[in-house]
Design a binder for this molecule. Structure first.
Ligand SMILES: [Zn+2]
Length: 380
Protein backbone atom coordinates (compact mmCIF):
# COMPACT_ATOMS: atom_id res chain seq x y z
CA UNK A 1 0.00 0.00 0.00
CA UNK A 2 1.22 3.46 -0.89
CA UNK A 3 0.30 6.11 1.68
CA UNK A 4 -0.24 9.80 1.02
CA UNK A 5 -2.30 12.75 2.18
CA UNK A 6 -4.89 14.28 -0.09
CA UNK A 7 -7.32 17.19 -0.08
CA UNK A 8 -11.03 16.59 -0.69
CA UNK A 9 -12.36 18.95 -3.35
CA UNK A 10 -15.96 17.71 -3.23
CA UNK A 11 -18.04 15.31 -1.17
CA UNK A 12 -21.65 14.16 -1.28
CA UNK A 13 -24.06 11.34 -1.96
CA UNK A 14 -25.51 10.24 -5.29
CA UNK A 15 -27.58 7.21 -6.41
CA UNK A 16 -24.50 4.99 -5.96
CA UNK A 17 -23.73 6.11 -2.42
CA UNK A 18 -21.40 8.41 -0.51
CA UNK A 19 -18.45 9.77 -2.48
CA UNK A 20 -15.47 12.09 -2.31
CA UNK A 21 -13.58 13.75 -5.16
CA UNK A 22 -9.88 13.89 -4.34
CA UNK A 23 -7.41 16.54 -5.48
CA UNK A 24 -5.43 15.21 -8.45
CA UNK A 25 -7.61 12.07 -8.79
CA UNK A 26 -5.08 9.57 -7.39
CA UNK A 27 -7.47 6.61 -7.84
CA UNK A 28 -7.90 5.33 -11.42
CA UNK A 29 -11.60 4.91 -12.37
CA UNK A 30 -13.31 1.53 -12.95
CA UNK A 31 -13.77 0.52 -16.58
CA UNK A 32 -11.89 3.47 -18.10
CA UNK A 33 -10.14 2.29 -21.28
CA UNK A 34 -11.30 -1.26 -20.53
CA UNK A 35 -9.25 -1.33 -17.33
CA UNK A 36 -10.09 -2.22 -13.74
CA UNK A 37 -10.08 0.66 -11.29
CA UNK A 38 -7.86 1.23 -8.26
CA UNK A 39 -8.72 0.19 -4.71
CA UNK A 40 -7.39 1.17 -1.31
CA UNK A 41 -8.50 3.22 1.68
CA UNK A 42 -9.49 6.81 2.45
CA UNK A 43 -9.13 7.67 6.17
CA UNK A 44 -9.30 3.94 6.94
CA UNK A 45 -12.50 3.48 4.91
CA UNK A 46 -12.38 0.85 2.14
CA UNK A 47 -12.68 2.27 -1.39
CA UNK A 48 -15.82 0.52 -2.75
CA UNK A 49 -15.66 1.78 -6.34
CA UNK A 50 -14.20 4.60 -8.39
CA UNK A 51 -16.33 6.16 -11.12
CA UNK A 52 -15.64 8.83 -13.67
CA UNK A 53 -18.59 11.26 -13.68
CA UNK A 54 -18.23 14.07 -16.17
CA UNK A 55 -14.97 15.82 -15.42
CA UNK A 56 -14.56 14.44 -11.89
CA UNK A 57 -13.62 11.06 -10.48
CA UNK A 58 -15.84 9.97 -7.57
CA UNK A 59 -14.37 7.66 -4.97
CA UNK A 60 -17.19 5.76 -3.19
CA UNK A 61 -16.94 4.99 0.53
CA UNK A 62 -19.29 3.59 3.20
CA UNK A 63 -18.96 6.76 5.29
CA UNK A 64 -17.94 10.28 4.39
CA UNK A 65 -14.80 11.59 6.11
CA UNK A 66 -15.26 14.58 8.44
CA UNK A 67 -11.93 16.24 7.67
CA UNK A 68 -11.01 18.01 4.44
CA UNK A 69 -7.55 16.50 4.28
CA UNK A 70 -7.55 12.71 4.29
CA UNK A 71 -4.99 9.94 4.57
CA UNK A 72 -5.15 7.76 1.45
CA UNK A 73 -3.79 4.29 0.86
CA UNK A 74 -3.47 3.00 -2.70
CA UNK A 75 -3.24 -0.75 -3.35
CA UNK A 76 -0.09 -0.59 -5.48
CA UNK A 77 0.14 -4.36 -5.92
CA UNK A 78 -3.28 -4.37 -7.56
CA UNK A 79 -2.37 -1.28 -9.61
CA UNK A 80 0.79 -3.02 -10.81
CA UNK A 81 -1.11 -6.17 -11.87
CA UNK A 82 -3.66 -4.06 -13.76
CA UNK A 83 -0.88 -2.00 -15.39
CA UNK A 84 1.02 -5.15 -16.38
CA UNK A 85 -2.12 -6.72 -17.91
CA UNK A 86 -2.85 -3.50 -19.77
CA UNK A 87 0.71 -3.18 -21.10
CA UNK A 88 0.65 -6.89 -22.04
CA UNK A 89 -2.44 -6.12 -24.09
CA UNK A 90 -0.61 -3.35 -25.98
CA UNK A 91 2.19 -5.80 -26.83
CA UNK A 92 -0.08 -8.71 -27.76
CA UNK A 93 -2.31 -6.52 -29.94
CA UNK A 94 0.71 -4.91 -31.65
CA UNK A 95 2.40 -8.25 -32.38
CA UNK A 96 -0.83 -9.82 -33.69
CA UNK A 97 -1.48 -6.88 -35.98
CA UNK A 98 2.05 -6.23 -37.28
CA UNK A 99 3.16 -9.81 -37.79
CA UNK A 100 -0.08 -11.69 -38.48
CA UNK A 101 -2.61 -9.03 -39.64
CA UNK A 102 -4.92 -9.94 -36.76
CA UNK A 103 -6.58 -6.73 -35.60
CA UNK A 104 -7.75 -6.03 -32.04
CA UNK A 105 -11.34 -4.75 -31.96
CA UNK A 106 -11.78 -4.43 -28.20
CA UNK A 107 -10.15 -5.11 -24.86
CA UNK A 108 -11.78 -6.13 -21.60
CA UNK A 109 -10.45 -6.67 -18.11
CA UNK A 110 -12.37 -8.05 -15.13
CA UNK A 111 -11.42 -9.34 -11.68
CA UNK A 112 -11.30 -12.84 -13.20
CA UNK A 113 -10.35 -12.48 -16.86
CA UNK A 114 -8.49 -10.41 -19.38
CA UNK A 115 -9.55 -10.64 -23.02
CA UNK A 116 -9.05 -9.08 -26.43
CA UNK A 117 -11.54 -9.56 -29.26
CA UNK A 118 -9.78 -9.85 -32.61
CA UNK A 119 -10.59 -10.13 -36.31
CA UNK A 120 -10.53 -12.35 -38.34
CA UNK A 121 -12.29 -14.98 -36.26
CA UNK A 122 -10.11 -17.82 -37.57
CA UNK A 123 -6.63 -17.68 -36.10
CA UNK A 124 -4.73 -20.96 -35.89
CA UNK A 125 -3.26 -22.20 -32.62
CA UNK A 126 0.14 -22.13 -34.29
CA UNK A 127 -0.24 -18.43 -35.11
CA UNK A 128 -1.33 -17.69 -31.55
CA UNK A 129 1.65 -19.54 -30.16
CA UNK A 130 4.01 -17.66 -32.44
CA UNK A 131 2.42 -14.35 -31.43
CA UNK A 132 2.76 -15.36 -27.79
CA UNK A 133 6.48 -16.05 -28.36
CA UNK A 134 7.05 -12.67 -30.01
CA UNK A 135 5.14 -10.91 -27.22
CA UNK A 136 7.23 -12.61 -24.55
CA UNK A 137 10.47 -11.67 -26.33
CA UNK A 138 9.34 -8.05 -25.87
CA UNK A 139 8.79 -8.77 -22.17
CA UNK A 140 12.20 -10.44 -21.75
CA UNK A 141 13.98 -7.57 -23.58
CA UNK A 142 12.85 -5.30 -20.72
CA UNK A 143 12.10 -2.35 -23.01
CA UNK A 144 11.08 1.03 -21.58
CA UNK A 145 7.39 1.95 -21.74
CA UNK A 146 7.43 5.67 -22.55
CA UNK A 147 4.52 7.95 -21.74
CA UNK A 148 4.35 11.50 -23.05
CA UNK A 149 1.97 14.14 -24.35
CA UNK A 150 1.83 15.51 -27.88
CA UNK A 151 -0.35 17.93 -29.81
CA UNK A 152 -2.81 16.70 -32.46
CA UNK A 153 -0.41 17.98 -35.08
CA UNK A 154 2.52 16.02 -33.64
CA UNK A 155 0.34 12.92 -33.28
CA UNK A 156 -0.30 13.00 -37.04
CA UNK A 157 3.36 12.15 -37.64
CA UNK A 158 3.47 9.22 -35.22
CA UNK A 159 3.00 5.59 -36.37
CA UNK A 160 -0.15 5.21 -34.24
CA UNK A 161 -1.93 1.85 -34.18
CA UNK A 162 -5.36 3.44 -33.88
CA UNK A 163 -6.10 7.02 -34.76
CA UNK A 164 -8.77 9.01 -33.01
CA UNK A 165 -9.88 12.61 -33.26
CA UNK A 166 -8.87 14.12 -29.96
CA UNK A 167 -8.36 17.78 -29.37
CA UNK A 168 -5.76 19.27 -27.09
CA UNK A 169 -3.01 17.26 -25.47
CA UNK A 170 -2.81 13.63 -26.49
CA UNK A 171 -1.19 11.04 -24.24
CA UNK A 172 1.06 8.62 -26.09
CA UNK A 173 2.30 5.29 -24.75
CA UNK A 174 5.27 4.01 -26.70
CA UNK A 175 7.21 0.78 -26.49
CA UNK A 176 10.09 1.52 -28.92
CA UNK A 177 9.96 -0.64 -32.03
CA UNK A 178 6.83 -2.43 -30.86
CA UNK A 179 3.88 -0.13 -30.32
CA UNK A 180 2.84 3.50 -30.32
CA UNK A 181 -0.70 4.11 -29.07
CA UNK A 182 -2.89 6.90 -27.78
CA UNK A 183 -3.78 5.75 -24.29
CA UNK A 184 -4.82 7.25 -20.97
CA UNK A 185 -4.53 4.05 -18.93
CA UNK A 186 -1.97 2.82 -16.43
CA UNK A 187 1.12 0.98 -17.66
CA UNK A 188 4.32 -0.47 -16.22
CA UNK A 189 7.61 1.43 -16.77
CA UNK A 190 9.55 -1.49 -18.25
CA UNK A 191 8.16 -4.48 -20.16
CA UNK A 192 10.14 -6.85 -17.91
CA UNK A 193 7.69 -6.03 -15.08
CA UNK A 194 5.05 -8.00 -17.00
CA UNK A 195 6.93 -11.19 -16.13
CA UNK A 196 5.13 -13.40 -18.62
CA UNK A 197 2.27 -13.18 -21.12
CA UNK A 198 0.28 -16.39 -21.50
CA UNK A 199 -2.67 -17.01 -23.82
CA UNK A 200 -5.06 -19.24 -21.86
CA UNK A 201 -7.89 -20.03 -24.25
CA UNK A 202 -9.93 -18.70 -27.16
CA UNK A 203 -13.63 -18.50 -27.88
CA UNK A 204 -15.48 -17.64 -31.10
CA UNK A 205 -17.96 -14.81 -30.64
CA UNK A 206 -20.93 -14.91 -33.06
CA UNK A 207 -18.65 -16.20 -35.86
CA UNK A 208 -17.37 -12.63 -36.03
CA UNK A 209 -14.60 -12.20 -33.46
CA UNK A 210 -12.12 -14.42 -31.75
CA UNK A 211 -11.94 -13.73 -28.00
CA UNK A 212 -8.44 -14.37 -26.68
CA UNK A 213 -8.11 -14.90 -22.92
CA UNK A 214 -4.68 -14.09 -21.59
CA UNK A 215 -2.87 -13.62 -18.31
CA UNK A 216 0.28 -11.74 -17.28
CA UNK A 217 2.35 -10.99 -14.18
CA UNK A 218 0.82 -12.47 -10.96
CA UNK A 219 -2.23 -13.63 -12.89
CA UNK A 220 0.00 -15.72 -15.18
CA UNK A 221 1.51 -17.36 -12.09
CA UNK A 222 -1.98 -17.97 -10.64
CA UNK A 223 -3.17 -19.51 -13.91
CA UNK A 224 -0.11 -21.75 -14.10
CA UNK A 225 -0.49 -22.79 -10.46
CA UNK A 226 -4.19 -23.62 -10.94
CA UNK A 227 -3.45 -25.83 -13.95
CA UNK A 228 -0.52 -27.40 -12.14
CA UNK A 229 -2.78 -28.34 -9.18
CA UNK A 230 -5.42 -29.80 -11.48
CA UNK A 231 -2.87 -31.80 -13.44
CA UNK A 232 -1.26 -33.07 -10.24
CA UNK A 233 -4.61 -34.19 -8.87
CA UNK A 234 -5.48 -36.05 -12.09
CA UNK A 235 -2.03 -37.56 -12.28
CA UNK A 236 -2.40 -38.86 -8.72
CA UNK A 237 -5.88 -40.26 -9.40
CA UNK A 238 -4.63 -42.11 -12.48
CA UNK A 239 -1.30 -43.07 -10.86
CA UNK A 240 0.45 -41.94 -14.00
CA UNK A 241 2.96 -39.34 -15.16
CA UNK A 242 1.56 -36.10 -16.61
CA UNK A 243 2.58 -36.92 -20.17
CA UNK A 244 0.82 -40.29 -20.07
CA UNK A 245 -2.53 -38.77 -18.97
CA UNK A 246 -4.10 -38.27 -22.45
CA UNK A 247 -3.25 -41.85 -23.51
CA UNK A 248 -4.50 -43.29 -20.26
CA UNK A 249 -7.78 -41.34 -20.31
CA UNK A 250 -8.39 -42.34 -23.94
CA UNK A 251 -7.93 -46.02 -23.05
CA UNK A 252 -10.24 -45.64 -20.06
CA UNK A 253 -12.98 -44.06 -22.19
CA UNK A 254 -12.77 -46.93 -24.70
CA UNK A 255 -12.96 -49.42 -21.82
CA UNK A 256 -15.98 -47.65 -20.28
CA UNK A 257 -17.81 -47.73 -23.61
CA UNK A 258 -17.15 -51.47 -23.91
CA UNK A 259 -18.29 -52.14 -20.34
CA UNK A 260 -21.46 -50.11 -20.82
CA UNK A 261 -22.33 -52.21 -23.87
CA UNK A 262 -21.71 -55.44 -21.98
CA UNK A 263 -23.67 -54.20 -19.01
CA UNK A 264 -26.65 -53.38 -21.21
CA UNK A 265 -26.62 -56.90 -22.66
CA UNK A 266 -26.36 -58.53 -19.21
CA UNK A 267 -29.20 -56.44 -17.87
CA UNK A 268 -31.44 -57.49 -20.75
CA UNK A 269 -30.73 -61.15 -19.93
CA UNK A 270 -31.37 -60.52 -16.23
CA UNK A 271 -34.70 -58.80 -16.82
CA UNK A 272 -35.80 -61.62 -19.14
CA UNK A 273 -35.02 -64.06 -16.33
CA UNK A 274 -37.03 -61.99 -13.86
CA UNK A 275 -39.99 -62.17 -16.24
CA UNK A 276 -39.78 -66.00 -16.29
CA UNK A 277 -39.51 -66.17 -12.51
CA UNK A 278 -42.48 -63.84 -11.98
CA UNK A 279 -44.63 -65.72 -14.53
CA UNK A 280 -43.99 -68.94 -12.60
CA UNK A 281 -45.29 -67.49 -9.33
CA UNK A 282 -48.59 -68.73 -7.93
CA UNK A 283 -51.79 -66.67 -7.79
CA UNK A 284 -53.32 -64.03 -10.02
CA UNK A 285 -51.76 -61.11 -8.19
CA UNK A 286 -47.99 -61.45 -7.87
CA UNK A 287 -46.45 -59.12 -5.31
CA UNK A 288 -42.67 -58.98 -5.27
CA UNK A 289 -39.86 -56.74 -4.06
CA UNK A 290 -37.47 -55.96 -6.94
CA UNK A 291 -34.48 -53.84 -6.00
CA UNK A 292 -33.81 -52.41 -9.45
CA UNK A 293 -32.80 -48.97 -10.66
CA UNK A 294 -35.64 -46.91 -12.14
CA UNK A 295 -34.80 -47.65 -15.81
CA UNK A 296 -34.56 -51.42 -15.28
CA UNK A 297 -37.63 -51.40 -13.06
CA UNK A 298 -39.65 -49.78 -15.85
CA UNK A 299 -38.26 -52.12 -18.50
CA UNK A 300 -39.39 -55.08 -16.39
CA UNK A 301 -42.90 -53.61 -16.03
CA UNK A 302 -43.09 -52.99 -19.78
CA UNK A 303 -42.02 -56.55 -20.57
CA UNK A 304 -44.49 -58.03 -18.09
CA UNK A 305 -47.37 -56.03 -19.57
CA UNK A 306 -46.67 -57.58 -22.99
CA UNK A 307 -46.86 -61.18 -21.69
CA UNK A 308 -49.86 -63.37 -22.53
CA UNK A 309 -51.04 -64.00 -18.97
CA UNK A 310 -53.98 -63.22 -16.71
CA UNK A 311 -51.65 -62.29 -13.89
CA UNK A 312 -51.24 -58.80 -12.44
CA UNK A 313 -47.78 -57.93 -11.10
CA UNK A 314 -47.26 -55.58 -8.19
CA UNK A 315 -43.58 -54.73 -7.89
CA UNK A 316 -41.79 -52.39 -5.50
CA UNK A 317 -38.35 -51.32 -4.36
CA UNK A 318 -38.06 -50.04 -0.78
CA UNK A 319 -34.46 -49.10 -1.48
CA UNK A 320 -35.21 -46.92 -4.52
CA UNK A 321 -38.75 -45.91 -3.38
CA UNK A 322 -40.36 -47.25 -6.55
CA UNK A 323 -43.71 -48.90 -7.11
CA UNK A 324 -45.17 -50.38 -10.27
CA UNK A 325 -48.08 -52.42 -11.53
CA UNK A 326 -48.26 -54.35 -14.81
CA UNK A 327 -51.07 -56.56 -16.03
CA UNK A 328 -50.72 -59.36 -18.53
CA UNK A 329 -52.49 -59.16 -21.91
CA UNK A 330 -55.15 -61.63 -20.82
CA UNK A 331 -56.13 -59.88 -17.63
CA UNK A 332 -59.59 -58.29 -17.81
CA UNK A 333 -59.10 -55.54 -15.23
CA UNK A 334 -58.44 -51.89 -16.02
CA UNK A 335 -55.65 -50.38 -13.92
CA UNK A 336 -56.87 -46.92 -14.85
CA UNK A 337 -60.21 -47.58 -13.21
CA UNK A 338 -58.93 -49.57 -10.27
CA UNK A 339 -56.07 -47.31 -9.26
CA UNK A 340 -57.37 -43.92 -10.40
CA UNK A 341 -55.66 -41.11 -8.49
CA UNK A 342 -53.22 -43.29 -6.54
CA UNK A 343 -50.12 -41.37 -7.66
CA UNK A 344 -51.38 -38.03 -6.34
CA UNK A 345 -53.00 -39.57 -3.30
CA UNK A 346 -49.63 -40.72 -1.98
CA UNK A 347 -47.69 -37.69 -3.21
CA UNK A 348 -45.83 -39.71 -5.78
CA UNK A 349 -44.57 -38.88 -9.25
CA UNK A 350 -45.47 -41.23 -12.03
CA UNK A 351 -47.83 -42.51 -14.70
CA UNK A 352 -51.03 -44.51 -14.77
CA UNK A 353 -52.06 -46.33 -17.95
CA UNK A 354 -54.55 -49.10 -18.43
CA UNK A 355 -51.97 -51.90 -18.42
CA UNK A 356 -49.12 -50.21 -16.65
CA UNK A 357 -48.64 -47.98 -13.58
CA UNK A 358 -45.51 -46.56 -12.09
CA UNK A 359 -44.64 -44.11 -9.30
CA UNK A 360 -41.68 -42.80 -7.34
CA UNK A 361 -42.25 -41.78 -3.72
CA UNK A 362 -40.78 -39.21 -1.39
CA UNK A 363 -40.44 -41.57 1.56
CA UNK A 364 -40.85 -45.15 2.62
CA UNK A 365 -44.03 -44.57 4.65
CA UNK A 366 -45.94 -43.16 1.67
CA UNK A 367 -44.69 -46.02 -0.50
CA UNK A 368 -45.84 -48.59 2.06
CA UNK A 369 -49.29 -46.95 2.31
CA UNK A 370 -49.64 -46.89 -1.49
CA UNK A 371 -48.54 -50.52 -1.66
CA UNK A 372 -51.13 -51.68 0.83
CA UNK A 373 -53.85 -49.61 -0.88
CA UNK A 374 -53.05 -51.05 -4.31
CA UNK A 375 -52.88 -54.59 -2.96
CA UNK A 376 -56.38 -54.22 -1.52
CA UNK A 377 -57.72 -52.69 -4.72
CA UNK A 378 -56.26 -55.46 -6.87
CA UNK A 379 -57.49 -58.31 -4.73
CA UNK A 380 -60.88 -56.67 -4.19
ZN1 LIG B 1 -2.72 1.60 -22.61
Amino acid sequence: MKEFECRIVEKGTDEEGAFVVLDGDPFYPDGKGGQLGDRGKVNGEEVLSVKEKGVSVRVYLSHLPETDVVKCMLDVKRRHTISALHTAQHILSAVLEDKFSVVTVSFHMSEENCTIDVKPVSVSNETLERAENFANEVVFANLPVKKYFVTAEEAEKLPLRKKADIEGRIRIVEIPGVDTSMCGGTHVDYTGEIGLIKVLKTEKIKKEFLRIYFAAERRALDAFREKFHTLNAVSKLLSSGEKEIPDKVEKMLIEIKKLKKENKKLKAVLIKNFVSVLLAENGNVVKKEMDLEKGDFMSLLAMLSSEKTEKVFLLYSFKNLLLGVAKGKESGISLKEKLSGFVDRFEGRGVLRDNFAFAEFKDLELLKEALSYIKDELSG
